[in-house]
Ligand binder design. Structure first.
Ligand code: FES
Length: 576
């Protein structure tokens, strides 16, 4: 059913033959738009996070032009607007600090302007969730077109993966197994086209989840940034969003509880980033969909790893695309999905998977013969993480799934960097590296430092992995036996703040337990001392201050508390 006869939102601005209509139209005509484009056709906002400071999104100017072709062709009026771009590799203290700021900007830009539907152009890690959080709080018809992954990195005739091989090479240099010259030579070969990290990092993960939830067209996640197929997807998305505007097919009709459940199962099957846990929780919060941290464990416990991609496996996004892309993965996973879920295209998920095919079983495995039987997201509980913590077993060492060791505590990332390679540091491979001060409030912004580098003296002895625990995040491209997102964080007085060097810590991953073996009485004594030692907050003004006062803990997705929910798309009164 179309809503062609019901006036669109934009007609409140462009329809009236009066002073207000004059003002809205006349200034737009200054861009060369002819009068008849204000005839009541759908106005499509194209929200673009292109920036030279976000190289992963560098192709989005071109992508926007192809979206516009599709919009014009289908009788819509495309209007592109910029949104704050968050370059993961460039921004300090961390792009995550600004995800919620981008969400605020996108929300108010959509609501404040005379547009009927939105195309979100994002890619680099925090741009996709930030844009979607903002769009969800307005709830117009919305579709996502991603920047697409880079082509596979190349070094000495081998494929190398964004991020994942940086961590590997860096440890090899520190362990004396790679020269600094070789390390520097790999730099140019790793990132050789525009596009997002071509491992299953946070950007690829979020792009896959957009596709799984039905708000991006098939192959949007995997088509390389420089592939003509990305332009075709952009063109077709431009056509589709006009129809979605006419049909009033809003985000809330697609992003249902079933869509979130599908996304979480796909997250498990692709070995996706732990960052997606935070983002999905935050997006669900905007839409009023009930989703808890525990749902990530419950819904992935029976999902094996189907996709053999770095950091959990061997291949890269380009390989996944040629192997059949996410449709081939979801076809294999279909028995565990809500195939009746509706998609932006008007099909159900099940209908869209009919023609999906796998062309390479080394890259996309079957449920019967998965790449790894242990996958998904483990959600831990215990006295060290009363509000939970997460761990990605597919990227961890099975030998450390159950581990008991003594804590080596670092009070901050600066403390860690200053001491980790100190030959006098009391540490062995049984030790548990504990890092605090890296939560949403404490850092602020929860940086990707949870995959702490191992002590040089242990690397030189051939140690490859150790249990590491923190209130930080880690890059989706990273790996290791790493417990992340410990909540509440240390800066709010979470138990992580009370761990001392030498305390025993027990991880029982299969039982989802994380315990600090210190008596309640001793912890109470330490809490009193901790409270007395607190300093006034470091950031007294600006966005940092707002963020620190209002950011929620990791188990709630780190949204700002006053941004949870939606305010709708009502058109406000005229201002002149
Ligand atoms: Fe931008 Fe990885 S740094 S996608």
């Amino acid at each position: 059913m179309t809503r062609e006869k019901k006036p669109l939102r934009s007609t409140r601005s462009y329809g009236p033959r009066d002073k207000d209509g004059f003002i809205h139209r006349s200034w737009m005509k200054s861009q060369g738009l002819p009068p008849d484009v204000f005839d009541g056709r759908p106005v499509i906002g194209i929200c673009n996070t292109w920036s030279e400071l976000t190289p992963c999104n560098a192709g989005l100017r071109d992508v926007a032009e192809h979206v516009k072709r599709g919009v014009w062709e289908s009788g819509g009026l495309p209007l592109e607007f910029p949104a704050m771009s968050l370059g993961e590799t460039q921004m300090r203290p961390t792009a995550m600090l600004f995800r919620n700021l981008l969400a605020m900007e996108v929300e108010e830009s959509i609501r404040g302007n005379p547009i009927d539907a939105v195309v979100l152009l994002g890619g680099c890690d925090k741009t996709t969730p930030g844009q979607l959080m903002g769009a969800a709080s307005v709830d117009l018809p919305t579709i996502v077109v991603s920047a697409g992954p880079m082509l596979n990195g190349k070094y000495r005739g081998c494929d190398i993966g964004s991020g994942t091989d940086v961590w590997k090479f860096s440890e090899a240099v520190r362990g004396g197994r790679m020269s600094l010259d070789d390390f520097m030579a790999a730099e140019s070969g790793m990132s050789r086209t525009p596009g997002t990290c071509m491992t299953m990092g946070s950007a690829s993960t979020m792009a896959c989840l957009m596709e799984a939830m039905g708000i991006a067209l098939p192959f949007n996640a995997t088509a390389p940034a420089v592939d003509a197929r990305r332009r075709r997807i952009a063109h077709e998305s431009g056509r589709l969003i006009v129809q979605m505007a006419r049909d009033d097919l809003r985000l809330s009709k697609l992003l249902t509880a079933a869509a979130f459940r599908n996304a979480i199962r796909v997250l498990g099957a692709i070995g996706g980033s732990t960052n997606a846990v935070l983002h999905l929780l935050a997006i669900a919060g905007r839409l009023g969909v009930t989703l808890t941290l525990e749902d990530f464990d419950r819904l992935t416990v029976d999902v094996p790893l189907l996709v053999d991609l770095q950091p959990s496996g061997r291949f890269l996004m380009e390989d996944l695309h040629y192997a059949g892309g996410l449709p081939a993965v979801m076809k294999e996973l279909a028995p565990l999905l809500h195939t009746e879920a509706p998609l932006a295209s008007g099909q159900t998920l099940g209908e869209s998977l009919t023609g999906a095919e796998c062309f390479n079983r080394e890259v996309i495995h079957t449920l019967a013969q998965p790449a790894n039987a242990v996958a998904g997201i483990w959600v831990l509980s215990g006295n060290l993480c009363p509000q939970g913590a997460v761990m990605k077993p597919s990227a961890a060492s099975p030998a450390l799934f159950r581990h008991r060791g003594r804590a080596v505590v670092f009070a901050s990332i600066e403390d860690f960097r200053a001491r980790i390679d100190d030959p006098a540091l009391v540490v062995d491979e049984q030790s548990v590296l504990v890092l605090r001060g890296c939560g949403p409030r404490g850092y602020p912004g929860m940086p990707e430092v949870g995959n702490m580098a191992l002590p040089r003296k242990l690397l030189e002895r051939g140690v490859k992995d150790m249990l590491r625990i923190s209130d930080a995040r880690m890059s989706g491209t990273a790996f290791g036996t790493v417990v992340l997102h410990v909540a509440p964080e240390s800066d709010t007085g979470g138990p992580l703040a009370l761990v001392h060097d030498g305390d025993e810590i027990v991880l029982d991953g299969p039982q989802r337990r994380l315990e600090l073996l210190v008596s309640p009485e001793e912890l109470a004594r330490r809490r009193e001392a901790w409270t007395a030692s607190q300093q006034p907050p470091r950031y007294a003004r600006g966005y940092y201050s707002l963020y620190i006062q209002h950011v929620m803990q990791a188990d709630r997705g780190c949204d700002l508390d006053f941004l949870v929910g939606a305010s709708g798309s009502a058109v406000e009164r005229e201002s002149h």
